[in-house]
Design a protein around this ligand. Structure first.
Ligand code: NAD
Length: 437
């Protein structure tokens, strides 16, 4: 490996960070900066990567069904737009914080660059438990949040999408609110302000399953060289929401065996394999995997210790920490969620010889199909489902090959390789465009 020109800690110190390796944002940035130093990225680009371009924080009131008003805090972090308009999901979750959103925004910059999409990186969040709101409250809160963001979002500027706690309906409300505020020239084209919309209102076929589908395409490309045959392999999933349930369904359709799932409510196991579609229906009705009749309940520790070919974290960040990594008994960890593995967890997995397939590649299917939706909205066309799948497969498998080439070239792990391949592209565009003035 090329010797490190500098330590990531120094770049963070120069920017006034109080060094805290337990912080999600610093954990992510440290790994990105380590990759930047592996390929001798110019120092000014390292500094640019370490802080987002804009951090928007809004506070706004919304009326609850009781007639009382509640004050909400929302974020939109725009990390980088050298490649194109900012792009990234909006999360509704009680634990959303600025550092959290910043970490997810930098990962979006790298993801878009790795897949070579003409988009930058952003992320948004609202500090709220969406399940505690009625549908009407959710609609009012979403409209006020959109109004508060104002011209900070737009089809040519910053394009949100769904993430944890938001869905196609929430995107429809955001688009409608934006279109009502837009001038007459932007009113009809304004729905391209968000992606992940319902099909009837400018959505893209295949967007629902896109992140799971992209993960499957990445596995098809990378598992053979790790000696794993997708057909017949065993796997387990953390999280059975959008990403987890689609990954479960698509992999079992290809002959893989889903033996365990853990979500916020508990963990279940079946040595004969779980029926992924029936489990998805159960989760919809019961809001969790617990009580699924064809399986036995197991503890968190038993879940992690299961012997599987592939473990797929598809829930929240930082779930695979040092303790969990010590328990893991899988050949491969394929990251469906963003930043599910802490730096300490990664070290332990690497020491145990577990291959980690990084999130910036594995979950890039979501933003890739979002890009397809944005293109269709702007051209007023609709692609057939097979075109979406074919183009997604090409984009993801090309990005996987790019990652593998970088891993050989820089003699590094796949996460560092994916970051190097993304940073190489950003660095090239920065040197072509120069830094204003
Ligand atoms: P989701 O809200 O649909 O599902 C989240 C899942 O996580 C649920 O099954 C929930 O039960 C589970 N969960 C929550 N807390 C948990 C806990 N403490 N232990 C175990 N499980 C827990 O969210 P999603 O859209 O599937 O997103 C999951 C991850 O994938 C997030 O990191 C998100 O940023 C990332 N991601 C999503 C997309 C997308 O298109 N939806 C795209 C790229 C990345």
């Amino acid at each position: 490996m090329t010797p490190m020109a500098d330590s990531p800690k120094n770049v963070l110190e120069e920017l006034g960070f109080r060094y805290d390796p337990a912080d999600l944002y610093q954990g992510v940035i440290n790994t990105v900066l380590a990759a930047a130093q592996t390929i001798n990225t110019p120092r000014h680009l390292q500094l640019l990567m370490a802080e987002p371009k804009n951090e928007v924080i809004v506070h706004f009131p919304a009326r609850m069904d009781s007639g009382e008003y509640r004050l909400f805090k929302g974020y939109r972090v725009q990390h980088n737009n050298i490649l194109g308009p900012y792009k990234g999901g909006i999360r509704y979750h009680a634990s959303v914080s600025l550092d959290h959103v910043k970490a997810l925004a930098v990962l979006m910059t790298l993801k878009c660059s790795l897949v070579r999409l003409p988009l930058g990186g952003a992320k948004g969040g609202l500090q709220v438990d969406p399940f505690s709101l009625s549908t009407e409250e959710l609609r009012r809160v979403t409209r006020r949040f959109t109004a508060a963001l104002g011209s900070n979002i737009g089809p040519d500027h910053d394009i949100p999408a769904p993430d944890v706690g938001t869905n196609a309906q929430v995107m429809a409300w955001i688009a409608d609110t934006y279109m009502n505020f837009a001038g007459p020239d932007k009113r009809s084209s304004g729905r391209a302000v968000v992606t992940g919309k319902p099909l009837e209102f400018g959505g893209c076929l295949g967007r629902d399953k896109a992140t799971g589908q992209g993960l499957v395409y990445a596995l098809e490309e990378l598992l053979p060289e790790l000696g794993i045959d997708l057909e017949g392999m065993t796997f387990s999933l953390i999280g059975y929401g959008n990403v987890g349930s689609w990954t479960g369904r698509l992999l079992t359709e290809l002959g893989a065996k889903l033996i365990a799932v853990m979500d916020h409510a508990g963990a279940i196991y079946s040595e004969h394999g779980l029926h992924a579609l029936e489990l998805a229906q159960h989760v919809q009705q019961e809001r969790g995997v617990c009580g699924y009749p064809e399986a036995e309940t197991i503890s968190t520790e038993e879940f992690y210790k299961l012997n599987v070919d592939v473990l797929i974290p598809a829930a929240l960040e930082q779930m695979v920490d040092e303790e969990k990594a010590g328990w893991i008994n899988a050949k491969v960890v394929a990251e469906g969620a963003n930043a599910p593995t802490t730096p300490g967890g990664q070290r332990i997995l690497q020491d145990k010889g577990v291959a980690i397939l990084p999130a910036v590649l594995c979950n890039a299917g979501g933003v890739t199909v979002s890009y397809f939706e944005w293109r269709q909205n702007r051209q007023a066309v609709t692609w057939p489902a097979h075109r979406v799948d074919e183009e997604l497969r090409t984009q993801i498998q090309t990005a996987a090959k790019r990652t593998r080439v970088a891993a050989h070239r820089y003699d590094c792990d796949l996460r560092t390789a994916a970051y190097c391949a993304a940073l190489d592209n950003l660095s090239c565009v920065y040197s072509l465009r120069g830094i204003f003035p």
